[in-house]
Design a protein around this ligand. Structure first.
Ligand code: HEM
Length: 411
């Protein structure tokens, strides 16, 4: 029985819908009445448009799809960014070089190499540096007179610095990477007057920048991560173009996501009675995970069925697109008690904000959680009286649950 409360033409990939709000009532209706539903049109996501897709909305089903890459492939496009011909391979091949668009065993090979950068030890080594930066960011905001934009002044800076630090991008080049990353993600949003071409050019520029970095280290090896990742003589290491695409992915995957988690987190802390006071008093280590559940900065990913299969009582055909909606899974009452409450002490918190498990589970999760923890502790120390002076201005995107501006004051 089709879900009665969902009007014909309703489309979770429509950027105009997400421009205003995450469609939580519609997700709730689908989870209850038709947890796997065919949506015949797809306005928003690249690759979805003409074909329609299955909307998968329950926590258990999102996990199932994520952990069965042999049935639900990423190779046939998770559809994030399109490239132009500046890259020497054709566009389709270029997409394949992104870790997110690979399937095992290719994915396993590349993931094993790049995850060396993300060991707990490597992340711990960044902690003091990032704590000092978080402190400096909060102090910078404290110096503002009157209201200021929380996104540009606070939320943007730490994620960028963390990735740049990890990769070894020199300080002078960091603003460039930030600018490219912003342009790539904002082209759906007319307010920013960034065309798709500009977005794609920025992707090309990041890749070219990283490939230059890789080529440079091949000539002059240094004691850094780039050298480790691309050292050609060590079998199994990354080619320069693979490295280029890896940096591109980090610039989006690690930058926008964490920034939006921080902004949504600040908004949620200030709008849910008692939560900011409680955070300042108790500093619960559970807050960062709840912020990611609440924010769900990546609304969904897609997979493609490699065979006919059944899911949630529906017959899925080989080649069908399948949208896995983390934003819905994270409010599933089968898993979360009072799922629509924002509770910084929620524990356990098996949210799917970092993915549904399986081979593509977020590589940067520990780094993201550390960053969120550090920045909110720094804000609580330096800006305890922070308050909102406006509503968030959302990013127009069906894929990223983003905020472009959030005005606050510390006075
Ligand atoms: C993958 C979310 C921060 C790097 C993913 C996925 C999600 C996600 C949903 C896809 C999982 C899947 O398909 O199963 C987030 C959120 C973040 C965040 C919400 C912040 C709050 C970061 C950071 C980095 C990062 C800080 C790196 C610096 C990656 C990479 C992948 C990934 C490399 C691809 C892994 C693969 O395909 O094997 N992330 N992420 N992410 N994320 Fe994150």
């Amino acid at each position: 029985m089709p879900c009665p409360a969902l009007p014909d033409g309703f489309d979770f990939t429509d950027p105009d819908l997400l421009h205003h709000r995450v469609p939580l009532p519609e997700f709730a209706e689908l989870r209850r009445a038709e947890p796997v539903r065919w949506i015949p049109q797809a306005a928003g996501l690249a690759g979805f448009q003409d074909e329609g897709y299955w909307a998968v909305t329950r926590h258990a089903d999102v996990k199932y799809v994520s952990t069965h890459p042999e049935i639900f492939s990423s190779y046939l496009n998770t559809a994030i960014i399109r490239f132009n011909e500046h890259i020497e391979r054709d566009a389709i091949d270029a997409q394949r070089l992104i870790l997110l668009n690979m399937d095992p065993p290719e994915h396993t090979r590349v993931r094993q190499i790049v995850q060396r950068v993300f060991t707990p030890r490597a992340i711990r080594a960044l902690e003091d540096n990032l704590r000092a930066r978080a402190h400096a960011i909060a102090q910078g905001a404290l110096a503002q007179r009157g209201s200021f934009d929380f996104v540009t002044l606070v939320a943007c800076e730490l994620p960028l610095q963390a990735i740049a630090e990890l990769i070894g991008v020199p300080q002078d080049d960091r603003a460039k990477i930030f600018d490219w990353s912003n342009k790539m993600i904002s082209y759906d949003d007319p307010e920013y007057a960034i065309t798709e071409e500009v977005g794609q050019e920025s992707a090309t520029e990041i890749i070219a920048y990283a490939m230059n970095m890789a080529a440079d280290r091949k000539q002059c090896p240094a004691k850094d991560i780039v050298t480790t990742l691309v050292a050609a003589e060590d079998e199994g290491n990354l080619a320069s173009d693979e490295f280029g695409f890896f940096v591109l992915m980090l610039a989006v995957a690690g930058n926008e996501t964490t920034r939006n988690a921080i902004t949504h987190g600040m908004h949620a802390l200030l709008t849910h009675p008692g939560q900011w006071e409680r955070f300042k008093r108790e500093r619960p280590a559970t807050a960062a995970e709840e912020i990611v559940r609440w924010a769900t900065p990546v609304n969904s990913f897609q997979r493609t069925a490699t065979q006919d299969t059944e899911l949630g009582g529906k017959q899925i055909k080989k080649g069908d697109r399948v949208g896995i909606f983390y934003a819905s899974a994270n409010h599933d009452p089968d898993v979360f008690e009072n799922p629509d409450d924002f509770d910084i002490t929620r524990d356990p918190n098996p949210h799917l904000g970092f993915g549904g498990g399986g081979p593509h589970y977020c590589l940067g999760k520990s780094l993201a959680v550390l960053e969120i923890d550090l920045i909110f502790n720094a804000i609580a120390d330096a800006l305890p009286n922070l308050r909102l002076v406006g509503e968030p201005r959302r990013l127009r995107s069906a894929w990223i649950n983003g905020v472009k501006e959030l005005r606050v004051t510390a006075e």
